[in-house]
Design a protein around this ligand. Structure first.
Ligand SMILES: *Cc1c(COP(=O)(O)O)cnc(C)c1O
Length: 353
C-alpha cells in the first residue's frame, strides 16, 4: 500500500529547544489510516496535523476501546535519524490490539508509516542533550454507535511531539508512594496492554499521592496487595546485595521495552537480574538489613528514573541517600548514548530512518 502525502501550507513556528517540556507541542504532520470490517486497513496517509471531527456517539468516547504506544526518534551528530527498537513497539501494539479486540496492523506497513511521518517532520527532531522526538501511535474505535461491542471501524494515527527531559529536575531521585488502597491491574485483566482505561483507572491514586507530596505511586499486585508490580507508567527495579530484582511479566504489568533494554545491558555487564515475584515486605527487610543499594524505574519517556524515597504505611525510607545510584546512572548514560548514536549499537536496537 502506498502512503499518500498532503503537506501543510502553514508550517508552525518550532518551539525553543531549551524550553521543551513533555508532550505539549506537536509537529506539522500526522499519519492516519482507516479500518473497515471486510476491507481491512486502508488509505494510509500523511496529512497536516489538526483536530478531528467525530460523531459524539463514536464508540471510543464511551467504552474506551483504544490502544497506544510510545517511542522516540533521535538525530545523531552526523544527521542520521535513529529509532529505538520500533519493531518491539509495533509488536506490543498488536498484542494490546488483540486484548482490546482491535484488528492487527501489518508490521512492515506500520514501520514504514513511522519512518515516513518522522522523515517529513525531521526538522522537528531536537538535538540538545536530553531531547528527542516522541512518537505516539494510537488506535481508536470509530463506529458511531453506543452499544457495547467491538467497533467495526477504526483509525490508526501517529502524532509526533518534540520533548525535553521527562522530569523538569532531570535525572533526580523521585519520591514514590507505595499504593495500598487502589490497584492498577489484576491477572486476566488488561494490565499488559497499553490501553487508555488502565491510565484513567490510575489517576485517583496519582492525585492522592501528589497531595501527600510524592511524585508517583508504586503499584502492588491486585490480589494479595504485597507483590511489587510497577511505578506509575514505568517498570521498577531494586538492586539488592549486587543483584537486581524486577517483577516478572505475568500479565498484570506492562512489558516495557526500556525494562528489557535494562535487563539486557545489566546481564552484559555481568550483573545478575532476578525476574521473580518479590514483596514490599522484602524491600523493607532489605532496607533494614542495609542491602537495598539502589532502586529505579524504567520507561521510554524518562528512560531511567532513580527512586530516592519510598513511602509505605506512613514511613518514608531513603534509598542510596537520595542520590543517583551507579547502575541507574550507567544505564541512563548507555541507553541515551545508544539512542543518540554516540555509543555503538551492539544489540541491534537502532533502526535508521
Ligand atoms: C509504557 C509503560 C511502561 C514502560 O514501557 P516502555 O516500553 O519502557 O516505555 C511501563 N509501564 C506502563 C504501565 C506503561 O504504560
Amino acid at each position: 500500500m502506498e502512503i499518500t502525502v498532503t503537506r501543510t501550507n502553514s508550517p508552525k513556528v518550532k518551539p525553543d529547544e531549551s524550553s521543551l517540556v513533555f508532550g505539549h507541542e506537536f509537529t506539522d504532520h500526522m499519519f492516519v489510516m482507516d479500518y473497515k470490517e471486510g476491507q481491512g486497513w486502508y488509505d494510509p496517509r500523511i496529512v497536516p496535523y489538526g483536530p478531528l471531527t467525530l460523531d459524539p456517539s463514536t464508540m471510543v468516547f464511551h467504552y474506551g476501546q483504544e490502544t497506544f504506544e510510545g517511542l522516540k526518534a533521535y538525530k545523531a551528530e552526523d544527521g542520521t535519524i535513529q529509532l529505538f527498537r520500533p519493531k518491539d513497539n509495533i509488536r506490543r501494539m498488536n498484542q494490546s490490539n488483540d486484548r482490546l479486540c482491535i484488528p492487527a496492523i501489518d508490521e512492515d506497513l506500520f514501520l514504514e508509516a513511522i519512518k515516513a511521518v518522522v522523515k517529513i517532520d525531521e526538522d522537528w527532531i531536537p538535538t540538545s542533550p536530553g531531547t528527542s522526538l516522541y512518537i505516539r501511535p494510537f488506535v481508536i474505535a470509530t463506529d458511531p454507535f453506543i452499544g457495547v461491542k467491538p467497533s467495526s471501524t477504526y483509525m490508526l494515527m501517529i502524532i509526533l511531539s518534540p520533548v525535553g527531559s521527562y522530569y523538569k529536575e532531570g535525572l533526580n531521585p523521585t519520591k514514590i508512594y507505595v499504593e495500598d488502597e487502589y490497584v492498577r491491574a489484576v491477572p486476566g485483566g488488561t494490565g499488559y496492554a497499553k490501553t487508555g482505561a488502565n491510565y484513567a483507572a490510575s489517576l485517583k491514586a496519582q492525585v492522592e499521592a501528589h497531595k501527600k507530596g510524592y511524585s508517583q505511586v508504586l503499584w502492588l499486585d491486585g490480589i494479595e496487595r504485597k507483590y511489587i508490580e510497577e511505578v506509575g507508567t514505568s517498570n521498577a527495579f531494586f538492586k539488592v546485595d549486587g543483584k537486581v530484582h524486577t517483577a516478572p511479566l505475568q500479565g498484570s504489568i506492562l512489558g516495557g521495552i526500556t525494562r528489557d533494554t535494562s535487563i539486557e545491558l545489566l546481564k552484559s555487564w555481568g550483573i545478575e537480574v532476578i525476574e521473580e515475584p518479590f514483596t514490599i515486605d522484602d524491600v523493607m527487610r532489605w532496607h533494614q538489613e542495609g542491602k537495598l543499594e539502589e532502586a529505579f524505574a524504567t520507561g521510554t519517556a524518562a528512560v531511567i528514573s532513580p527512586i530516592g524515597i519510598l513511602g509505605w504505611k506512613g514511613n518514608d525510607i531513603q534509598i542510596n541517600n537520595q542520590e543517583i545510584g551507579k547502575i541507574s546512572q550507567k544505564l541512563y548514560d548507555t541507553i541515551t548514548e545508544i539512542q543518540n548514536g554516540k555509543e555503538k549499537d551492539t544489540f541491534d536496537w537502532i533502526v535508521r530512518v
